[in-house]
Every structure is written in C-alpha cells, then in structure tokens.
Design a protein around this ligand. Structure first.
Ligand code: SAH
Length: 397
C-alpha cells in the first residue's frame, strides 16, 4: 500500500488515463490509502506502479478528477499556470474587449481545471466550484486569478457555490465576495449590448454566456422579421434581434422574474421600444394559442430536457413536440433557431428529433447552420463529455 493520498488502479483500468481522460471511476480502483477525505489531492498510479496523474478525490461514481498528468504539486503556481493559459486563449480569441466584457474564463475540464467555473462580468469575476477539492483550494484560485487578470479589469470576486455543493452539507463557507463587493457594477456588455447580471439570485452564474455567437447570427437574420424568443431568460436573443432591425420581438419565459430581467435589459439598450413585447407563460401553451404565420423567426432555447442518461427518451420526445409546434406556426420563408443544451443528448439524436418534427409538419425544411458552444466553452480533446450545446438553424417554406 502506498502512502496517504494515493490510489492504485486495477490492471487494465489505466487505459483512459493514459489517453488523458480526466476521470477515475470508483470501479477502477484497486487500492486507496486509508483515511482519504473528499477534497484531498491524490496521486493515481497504474497497477504496475507507473504514475498516471494527480487530482481531487471525491466520493461518488467519479472518484478522482485529474488536474495534471505530470507529477506536480497542486499549489498557487499550478493554478497560476492554468489560469494564465485559459486567459490567453480568451485574449487570442478576441473575446476581451471594451465592447465585450462578458466571457467565461474557465470552463472546467475544457480548461484542464475539472470542477471550476469562472465567469467574467465587467470587472466582477463569479467563481463557481463543483467539487469539494476546488472549494478547499478557493483561496489559492482567487490569489492566482488576481495575478492573471490585470488589476484594473478585476475588482470584485463573487464566490457562488452553496447550491452546487449543497450535497456535501459543508457549512464552512458561504456565498459572498472574496474580494471587493463595494460599489459593484452589475451591468456588463456583450458585443456592445448591455446586460444587467444578477449573479446573486440568477440561474447558474447569472447569464447564459454560451449563446453569444448564436445571438449574433440571430441579429444577422432579424431585419424586418417578427421574432418570437421562447425561453428568453434575461433576453439575450431579444436584444440582438432588436438591434438587427426586427419589426417586432416577443419574449416569453415561464418565470415572471426572467421576464422582468428581459424587460430591464431591453430598456437598458433601447429605452421604451414599442417593438418589444413580453409575457410570462409556458412556451408550449404559447405556441399552441398563437395564429399560424404570426412570426417569421422563432428561437427555441429550452433548459436541458435530459439532466441524466435515464431521461433521454422523454427528452427527445420533448424536443420533437416543441419543434413540431414551432414548425406548424412559423410563416413561410421563416427561420427557426433551435437548441439543445442537454449534455446527455448527442448532436445526432437532437437532429433526429428535429427531423421527426419536420417530417410530421410536412414542411420543406433546410438546415442553414449547425451551431455549437463558443470558444470560451472549449471542449478538451480528451474529454468529449464537455460538449453539450448544439443548435440547428432551419429555413422553413
Ligand atoms: N435563451 C436564454 C437561456 C434560456 S435558459 C438566454 O439566451 O439567456 C431556459 C429558460 O427557460 C429559463 O429562463 C426558464 O425559466 C425557462 N423555462 C423553463 N421551462 C419553461 C417552459 N415550459 N416554458 C417557458 N419557459 C420555460
């Protein structure tokens, strides 16, 4: 048996780590040193004793999330190096600009930091962890973050992990500011459009950054169209459609709070704009009651219908039903932007669900674009599970 903080895998169970996949499943473990606590840093070895990687130990079906495939300490320098790498990618991708201050700086496994999310909103960083190990390291991460991002660009760091770590019952920490917190400016810009971000109470870290590029595409096709933005949340797609010259834009979300946030964001950019309407209603009911041909651009961006693999069948039926309802109502020559953010559903499965809806509608449907998540949500080559957002843009006659 090795020392504290070490794990030895069963024979043949080392293949995925040798291919740099960052997860060790509990069934792969032959021996673990005694007294391992959730959140500990552990070294993982093959059965023959070869070093494979070092990561955070956790209870549950994934036992270790590998942070490095080199035998190195997980300390401030480690986080500094990883965060620098992540920051440079966003700089190179030209996402950090005066007219774009909203971007994801760290996307978990995609940035070789499993369990860590950092979103930037103007000069506020929102840090969200999904593992006990990252929670323990939060002060190292915050120190590194202050060093990596220029000091004028980061004045507040909000830590938001109570909900994501609720399962641990850890009462040692609370959501709150780890830096700054006074005179916070909750308004940030995405491609020149202003958004009020509520990281305290909003879903996830407060905003869906992953649709930025897809919103730009909506802007490009919005001219003179009557636009329906279903599942609008904070109104991202609606703002781009209005800027793109839409004749009218209706925003719908089942949450009254979301509709309020949308209205606020539209006012922030366009004042009282008579072209915008909104209502809090179930998207399926809304589609059912509207007239045929009432809209010529419809956006369908629902929450993940399949939160786990067991829910795939029902989720596919949900996507088919939703897309069919939109296909039945859209005006001829209309465009549908349809998305799935369910990680458990593959691109192909989603496309088949939309295909079934198209066939049932009997309309002539062309795929104009196939969409995906943006560069600040990078997919680690060795971790395909990081791919989740897929979309189709349909031209419907
Ligand atoms: N398109 C948004 C993100 C959508 S998140 C953006 O670009 O920011 C999903 C949203 O769907 C949430 O705001 C949630 O309140 C809403 N929602 C969930 N179920 C719904 C339903 N049945 N009808 C309408 N909205 C729903």
């Amino acid at each position: 048996m090795k020392n504290k903080g070490e794990i030895i895998l069963k024979p043949t169970k080392d293949n995925s780590l040798r291919r740099f996949h960052p997860w060790v499943f509990s069934g792969a473990i032959a021996h673990a040193s005694e007294g391992l606590q959730e959140g500990d840093v552990v070294k993982v070895f093959a059965n023959d004793g070869a070093f494979l990687g070092v990561g955070h130990y956790q209870t549950g079906s994934i036992s270790v999330r590998i942070l490095s495939f080199e035998d190195e300490p997980i300390d401030r320098d480690f986080y500094l190096q990883r965060l620098t790498e992540a920051y440079r990618l966003r700089l190179k991708a030209d996402l950090i600009r005066p007219d774009n201050t909203i971007y994801r700086l760290v996307y978990g496994e995609g940035d070789n930091l499993p369990g860590l999310i950092i979103d930037m909103y103007g000069n506020t960083a929102v840090v969200q962890v999904h593992t006990v190990g990252m929670n323990r390291d939060r002060h190292l991460i915050v120190e590194a973050l202050q060093e990596v991002v220029p000091s004028h660009a980061i004045e507040h760091i909000f830590y938001k992990s109570e909900a994501t770590l609720a399962y641990t019952g850890d009462r040692e920490f609370r959501d709150g500011y780890l830096m700054g917190g006074d005179k916070v400016n909750p308004v940030a810009v995405e491609n020149g459009l202003k958004f009020h971000i509520d990281w305290l109470r909003g879903q996830k870290t407060g905003f869906f950054i992953d649709q930025r590029e897809n919103r730009k595409l909506v802007e490009r096709y919005a001219q003179d169209r009557r636009v329906l933005n279903l599942f609008c949340y904070t109104g991202g797609f609606s703002a781009y459609a209005l800027r793109g010259g839409a004749r009218k834009v209706d925003s719908v979300d089942s949450s009254a709070k979301a509709v309020m946030l949308t209205n606020e964001n539209i006012r922030l950019n366009f004042g009282e704009d008579a072209r915008h309407g909104s209502c809090s209603e179930d998207a399926f009911k809304f589609l059912k009651k509207i007239e045929k041909d009432a809209y010529d651009l419809i956006i369908l961006d629902p929450p993940a219908f399949a939160k786990h693999r067991g829910a795939i069948k029902n989720a596919l039926q949900g996507y088919r039903k939703l897309n069919l309802a939109a296909l039945e109502k859209i005006a001829p020559g209309g465009i549908i932007f349809t998305f799935s953010c369910s990680q458990a559903i593959t691109r192909e499965q989603f496309r088949v669900a939309v295909f079934s809806a198209a066939a049932l509608s009997r309309r002539r449907v062309r795929i104009m674009y196939q969409l995906e998540q943006p560069v600040d949500h990078p997919i680690n080559m060795y971790h395909p599970e990081g791919e989740y957002l897929k979309g189709l843009v349909l031209y419907v006659v």
